[in-house]
Design a protein around this ligand. Structure first.
Ligand SMILES: Nc1nc2c(ncn2[C@@H]2O[C@H](COP(=O)(O)OP(=O)(O)OP(=O)(O)O)[C@@H](O)[C@H]2O)c(=O)[nH]1
Length: 296
Protein backbone atom coordinates (compact mmCIF):
# COMPACT_ATOMS: atom_id res chain seq x y z
CA UNK A 1 0.00 0.00 0.00
CA UNK A 2 1.24 3.45 -0.93
CA UNK A 3 1.94 5.99 1.78
CA UNK A 4 -0.88 8.52 2.29
CA UNK A 5 -0.56 12.07 3.52
CA UNK A 6 -2.74 15.12 3.78
CA UNK A 7 -4.36 17.92 5.75
CA UNK A 8 -7.66 17.52 7.55
CA UNK A 9 -9.57 20.45 9.07
CA UNK A 10 -11.60 19.68 12.16
CA UNK A 11 -14.52 22.08 12.17
CA UNK A 12 -17.65 22.35 14.24
CA UNK A 13 -19.47 24.77 16.46
CA UNK A 14 -17.84 25.50 19.82
CA UNK A 15 -18.06 22.81 22.49
CA UNK A 16 -18.78 19.80 20.28
CA UNK A 17 -15.44 18.34 21.37
CA UNK A 18 -12.95 19.15 18.61
CA UNK A 19 -10.03 19.64 20.95
CA UNK A 20 -10.87 16.50 22.91
CA UNK A 21 -11.12 14.59 19.64
CA UNK A 22 -7.75 15.84 18.46
CA UNK A 23 -6.18 14.83 21.74
CA UNK A 24 -7.78 11.39 21.53
CA UNK A 25 -6.49 10.94 17.99
CA UNK A 26 -2.98 12.05 18.82
CA UNK A 27 -2.91 10.40 22.22
CA UNK A 28 -1.49 13.37 24.08
CA UNK A 29 -2.53 16.79 25.15
CA UNK A 30 -1.80 19.29 22.40
CA UNK A 31 -4.98 21.34 22.21
CA UNK A 32 -6.62 22.73 25.30
CA UNK A 33 -10.06 21.55 26.31
CA UNK A 34 -12.44 23.28 28.66
CA UNK A 35 -16.17 23.26 29.27
CA UNK A 36 -16.31 26.78 27.82
CA UNK A 37 -16.88 27.55 24.17
CA UNK A 38 -14.31 29.32 22.00
CA UNK A 39 -11.14 28.58 23.84
CA UNK A 40 -9.18 27.68 20.73
CA UNK A 41 -8.18 30.91 19.00
CA UNK A 42 -5.24 29.89 16.97
CA UNK A 43 -4.94 27.15 14.46
CA UNK A 44 -3.41 24.26 16.33
CA UNK A 45 -1.96 21.56 14.17
CA UNK A 46 -1.40 18.07 15.35
CA UNK A 47 0.38 15.49 13.23
CA UNK A 48 -0.64 11.86 13.32
CA UNK A 49 2.06 9.37 12.33
CA UNK A 50 0.97 5.94 11.20
CA UNK A 51 2.79 3.23 9.27
CA UNK A 52 0.31 3.75 6.42
CA UNK A 53 0.38 7.52 6.31
CA UNK A 54 0.46 10.91 7.96
CA UNK A 55 -2.43 13.22 8.81
CA UNK A 56 -1.91 16.89 9.59
CA UNK A 57 -4.90 18.07 11.61
CA UNK A 58 -5.97 21.67 11.60
CA UNK A 59 -8.12 22.55 14.57
CA UNK A 60 -10.04 25.68 13.66
CA UNK A 61 -12.12 27.89 15.91
CA UNK A 62 -15.88 27.75 15.46
CA UNK A 63 -17.37 29.66 12.60
CA UNK A 64 -19.67 32.36 13.87
CA UNK A 65 -20.61 36.01 13.49
CA UNK A 66 -17.72 38.50 13.82
CA UNK A 67 -18.03 40.89 16.76
CA UNK A 68 -14.65 42.34 17.60
CA UNK A 69 -11.58 42.35 15.39
CA UNK A 70 -10.40 39.19 17.10
CA UNK A 71 -13.53 37.36 16.08
CA UNK A 72 -13.20 38.51 12.46
CA UNK A 73 -9.75 37.02 12.48
CA UNK A 74 -11.05 33.76 13.87
CA UNK A 75 -13.57 33.48 11.05
CA UNK A 76 -10.99 34.44 8.44
CA UNK A 77 -8.51 31.92 9.82
CA UNK A 78 -11.14 29.19 9.77
CA UNK A 79 -12.23 29.84 6.21
CA UNK A 80 -8.68 30.08 4.96
CA UNK A 81 -7.84 26.80 6.64
CA UNK A 82 -10.75 25.15 4.89
CA UNK A 83 -9.53 26.10 1.43
CA UNK A 84 -6.11 24.58 2.00
CA UNK A 85 -7.03 21.15 3.28
CA UNK A 86 -7.53 17.79 1.59
CA UNK A 87 -10.53 16.90 3.69
CA UNK A 88 -12.92 18.61 6.09
CA UNK A 89 -14.11 16.76 9.16
CA UNK A 90 -17.32 18.33 10.45
CA UNK A 91 -17.64 17.44 14.12
CA UNK A 92 -21.11 17.49 15.70
CA UNK A 93 -22.49 16.59 19.12
CA UNK A 94 -24.97 13.76 18.57
CA UNK A 95 -26.34 14.02 22.08
CA UNK A 96 -28.08 17.24 21.06
CA UNK A 97 -30.26 18.22 18.11
CA UNK A 98 -28.49 20.36 15.48
CA UNK A 99 -28.16 24.01 16.42
CA UNK A 100 -28.24 26.88 13.92
CA UNK A 101 -24.40 27.02 13.94
CA UNK A 102 -24.17 23.30 13.11
CA UNK A 103 -26.56 23.81 10.23
CA UNK A 104 -24.64 26.87 9.01
CA UNK A 105 -21.45 24.83 8.88
CA UNK A 106 -23.12 22.01 6.96
CA UNK A 107 -24.43 24.58 4.51
CA UNK A 108 -20.97 26.11 4.19
CA UNK A 109 -19.58 22.66 3.35
CA UNK A 110 -22.26 22.20 0.70
CA UNK A 111 -21.38 25.61 -0.75
CA UNK A 112 -17.63 24.94 -0.78
CA UNK A 113 -18.01 21.69 -2.75
CA UNK A 114 -15.15 20.31 -0.70
CA UNK A 115 -14.78 16.67 0.35
CA UNK A 116 -16.09 16.40 3.88
CA UNK A 117 -16.87 13.73 6.43
CA UNK A 118 -19.31 13.93 9.30
CA UNK A 119 -18.10 13.00 12.78
CA UNK A 120 -20.83 12.41 15.37
CA UNK A 121 -19.11 12.85 18.74
CA UNK A 122 -20.25 12.17 22.34
CA UNK A 123 -21.79 8.80 21.47
CA UNK A 124 -21.29 7.88 25.14
CA UNK A 125 -24.10 10.27 26.07
CA UNK A 126 -26.80 8.56 24.02
CA UNK A 127 -28.48 5.15 24.30
CA UNK A 128 -29.19 4.86 20.61
CA UNK A 129 -26.97 6.44 17.94
CA UNK A 130 -29.14 5.44 15.00
CA UNK A 131 -30.75 8.30 13.11
CA UNK A 132 -28.83 11.01 14.95
CA UNK A 133 -26.88 12.04 11.87
CA UNK A 134 -29.90 12.12 9.56
CA UNK A 135 -30.57 15.87 9.87
CA UNK A 136 -27.00 16.63 8.73
CA UNK A 137 -26.99 14.14 5.90
CA UNK A 138 -29.81 16.09 4.28
CA UNK A 139 -27.76 19.31 4.29
CA UNK A 140 -24.39 18.40 2.79
CA UNK A 141 -22.97 15.59 0.64
CA UNK A 142 -20.69 14.04 3.28
CA UNK A 143 -18.56 11.31 1.73
CA UNK A 144 -18.34 9.32 4.97
CA UNK A 145 -19.77 9.25 8.50
CA UNK A 146 -18.32 8.26 11.85
CA UNK A 147 -19.82 7.90 15.29
CA UNK A 148 -17.28 8.30 18.08
CA UNK A 149 -16.73 9.21 21.70
CA UNK A 150 -13.63 11.38 21.96
CA UNK A 151 -13.85 11.19 25.73
CA UNK A 152 -13.99 7.40 25.92
CA UNK A 153 -11.80 6.95 22.86
CA UNK A 154 -14.44 4.86 21.15
CA UNK A 155 -14.40 4.55 17.37
CA UNK A 156 -11.27 6.66 17.12
CA UNK A 157 -8.85 4.11 15.70
CA UNK A 158 -11.31 2.90 13.05
CA UNK A 159 -11.99 6.48 12.04
CA UNK A 160 -8.29 7.30 11.78
CA UNK A 161 -7.69 4.33 9.49
CA UNK A 162 -10.64 5.28 7.30
CA UNK A 163 -9.43 8.89 7.10
CA UNK A 164 -5.94 7.75 6.11
CA UNK A 165 -7.42 5.67 3.31
CA UNK A 166 -9.22 8.74 1.97
CA UNK A 167 -6.11 10.91 1.69
CA UNK A 168 -4.01 11.22 -1.45
CA UNK A 169 -0.79 9.27 -1.91
CA UNK A 170 2.18 11.37 -0.94
CA UNK A 171 5.27 11.93 1.14
CA UNK A 172 5.03 12.86 4.82
CA UNK A 173 4.80 16.62 5.46
CA UNK A 174 6.60 16.51 8.79
CA UNK A 175 9.41 14.47 10.31
CA UNK A 176 8.46 11.50 12.50
CA UNK A 177 8.83 13.23 15.85
CA UNK A 178 6.59 16.23 15.16
CA UNK A 179 3.31 16.18 17.04
CA UNK A 180 2.40 19.84 16.94
CA UNK A 181 3.83 22.95 15.28
CA UNK A 182 2.88 25.18 18.17
CA UNK A 183 5.73 26.56 20.18
CA UNK A 184 6.27 25.54 23.77
CA UNK A 185 5.48 29.08 24.97
CA UNK A 186 2.14 28.97 23.23
CA UNK A 187 1.34 25.69 24.93
CA UNK A 188 2.25 27.07 28.36
CA UNK A 189 0.15 30.18 27.76
CA UNK A 190 -2.81 28.07 26.70
CA UNK A 191 -2.59 25.91 29.82
CA UNK A 192 -2.72 29.04 31.98
CA UNK A 193 -5.58 30.52 29.95
CA UNK A 194 -7.49 27.27 30.28
CA UNK A 195 -7.29 27.44 34.08
CA UNK A 196 -8.36 31.10 34.12
CA UNK A 197 -11.45 30.36 32.03
CA UNK A 198 -12.34 27.34 34.15
CA UNK A 199 -11.87 29.02 37.50
CA UNK A 200 -13.36 32.45 36.86
CA UNK A 201 -16.50 31.22 35.07
CA UNK A 202 -18.29 34.14 33.39
CA UNK A 203 -16.65 36.84 35.48
CA UNK A 204 -13.57 37.16 33.32
CA UNK A 205 -14.64 36.91 29.69
CA UNK A 206 -12.48 36.08 26.74
CA UNK A 207 -10.67 39.40 27.02
CA UNK A 208 -7.79 37.63 28.68
CA UNK A 209 -4.43 36.96 27.08
CA UNK A 210 -1.33 35.29 28.43
CA UNK A 211 2.26 35.91 27.39
CA UNK A 212 5.35 34.07 28.56
CA UNK A 213 7.90 36.66 29.70
CA UNK A 214 10.67 34.42 30.90
CA UNK A 215 11.43 30.71 30.99
CA UNK A 216 14.64 29.32 32.42
CA UNK A 217 15.92 26.03 33.72
CA UNK A 218 16.86 27.25 37.23
CA UNK A 219 18.31 23.97 38.43
CA UNK A 220 18.52 20.59 36.69
CA UNK A 221 15.14 19.74 38.22
CA UNK A 222 13.37 23.10 38.35
CA UNK A 223 11.91 25.15 35.51
CA UNK A 224 11.13 28.79 36.24
CA UNK A 225 8.34 30.37 34.18
CA UNK A 226 7.14 33.96 34.45
CA UNK A 227 3.90 34.75 32.66
CA UNK A 228 1.81 37.89 32.29
CA UNK A 229 -1.97 37.72 32.23
CA UNK A 230 -3.53 40.66 30.39
CA UNK A 231 -7.06 41.80 31.07
CA UNK A 232 -8.97 44.84 29.83
CA UNK A 233 -10.27 46.31 33.08
CA UNK A 234 -9.23 46.86 36.69
CA UNK A 235 -12.35 45.01 37.86
CA UNK A 236 -11.21 41.94 35.95
CA UNK A 237 -7.78 42.23 37.47
CA UNK A 238 -9.35 42.28 40.94
CA UNK A 239 -11.39 39.16 40.15
CA UNK A 240 -8.35 37.34 38.82
CA UNK A 241 -6.28 38.11 41.86
CA UNK A 242 -9.18 37.40 44.20
CA UNK A 243 -9.58 37.87 47.91
CA UNK A 244 -6.07 37.87 49.43
CA UNK A 245 -4.73 36.51 46.17
CA UNK A 246 -6.65 33.25 46.49
CA UNK A 247 -7.88 33.12 42.89
CA UNK A 248 -4.49 33.72 41.32
CA UNK A 249 -2.98 31.20 43.69
CA UNK A 250 -5.50 28.58 42.61
CA UNK A 251 -4.97 29.28 38.89
CA UNK A 252 -1.22 29.06 39.42
CA UNK A 253 -1.55 25.81 41.34
CA UNK A 254 -3.68 24.12 38.67
CA UNK A 255 -1.53 25.33 35.77
CA UNK A 256 1.64 24.30 37.57
CA UNK A 257 0.35 20.77 38.07
CA UNK A 258 -0.29 20.41 34.31
CA UNK A 259 3.06 21.93 33.42
CA UNK A 260 4.94 19.71 35.83
CA UNK A 261 3.35 16.71 34.17
CA UNK A 262 4.28 18.08 30.74
CA UNK A 263 7.92 18.76 31.67
CA UNK A 264 8.31 15.81 34.01
CA UNK A 265 9.94 18.05 36.59
CA UNK A 266 9.23 20.76 39.17
CA UNK A 267 7.94 24.06 37.84
CA UNK A 268 7.97 27.44 39.54
CA UNK A 269 5.19 29.50 38.01
CA UNK A 270 5.27 33.24 38.55
CA UNK A 271 2.03 34.91 37.43
CA UNK A 272 1.45 38.65 37.03
CA UNK A 273 -1.87 40.28 36.18
CA UNK A 274 -1.75 43.43 34.03
CA UNK A 275 -4.39 45.75 32.60
CA UNK A 276 -4.37 46.73 28.91
CA UNK A 277 -7.60 48.35 27.77
CA UNK A 278 -9.20 47.00 24.60
CA UNK A 279 -6.29 44.81 23.60
CA UNK A 280 -8.58 42.77 21.41
CA UNK A 281 -9.03 45.67 19.01
CA UNK A 282 -5.39 46.70 18.84
CA UNK A 283 -3.39 45.53 15.88
CA UNK A 284 -0.01 45.57 17.64
CA UNK A 285 -1.33 43.43 20.44
CA UNK A 286 -2.90 40.86 18.22
CA UNK A 287 0.43 40.60 16.43
CA UNK A 288 2.41 40.27 19.63
CA UNK A 289 0.11 37.56 20.88
CA UNK A 290 0.62 35.65 17.66
CA UNK A 291 -2.87 35.78 16.21
CA UNK A 292 -3.29 35.36 12.48
CA UNK A 293 -2.76 38.30 10.17
CA UNK A 294 -5.46 39.23 7.70
CA UNK A 295 -4.80 38.33 4.07
CA UNK A 296 -3.87 40.94 1.46
N1 LIG B 1 -19.44 13.03 27.25
C1 LIG B 1 -18.55 13.49 26.37
N2 LIG B 1 -18.06 14.72 26.51
C2 LIG B 1 -17.16 15.16 25.60
C3 LIG B 1 -16.72 14.35 24.52
N3 LIG B 1 -15.83 15.07 23.79
C4 LIG B 1 -15.72 16.27 24.40
N4 LIG B 1 -16.51 16.34 25.48
C5 LIG B 1 -16.66 17.49 26.41
O1 LIG B 1 -17.23 18.57 25.70
C6 LIG B 1 -16.70 19.84 26.16
C7 LIG B 1 -16.10 20.60 25.01
O2 LIG B 1 -14.97 19.91 24.49
P1 LIG B 1 -13.81 20.64 23.67
O3 LIG B 1 -12.92 19.61 23.14
O4 LIG B 1 -13.21 21.75 24.47
O5 LIG B 1 -14.71 21.32 22.52
P2 LIG B 1 -14.26 22.16 21.25
O6 LIG B 1 -15.21 21.83 20.18
O7 LIG B 1 -12.81 21.98 20.96
O8 LIG B 1 -14.55 23.59 21.76
P3 LIG B 1 -13.80 24.97 21.37
O9 LIG B 1 -12.34 24.75 21.56
O10 LIG B 1 -14.38 25.90 22.36
O11 LIG B 1 -14.19 25.23 19.96
C8 LIG B 1 -15.68 19.46 27.23
O12 LIG B 1 -16.30 19.58 28.48
C9 LIG B 1 -15.34 18.02 26.93
O13 LIG B 1 -14.93 17.30 28.06
C10 LIG B 1 -17.27 13.00 24.42
O14 LIG B 1 -16.96 12.21 23.53
N5 LIG B 1 -18.17 12.65 25.37
Amino acid sequence: MAFKSGYIALIGRPNVGKSTLLNAILGRKVAITTAKPQTTRNRIQGVLHDPSGQIVFVDTPGIHQPRTKLDERMVMTAERALKEVDLIAHVVDISKPPRPEDIAIAQLIARLHHDAVLVGNKSDLVEQTKGRLDPYRALAPYVEEFVVSAQNEQGIEAMVQALLAMLPEGLPYFPDDTVTDQTEDFYIAEVIREKILEETRDEVPHSVAVTIEEKIQRTPTLMYIRAAIYVERDTQKAILIGNQGQMLKRIGFLARKDLEEYYGQKVYLDLWVKVRGHWRDQEAWLKRLGYAQPEG
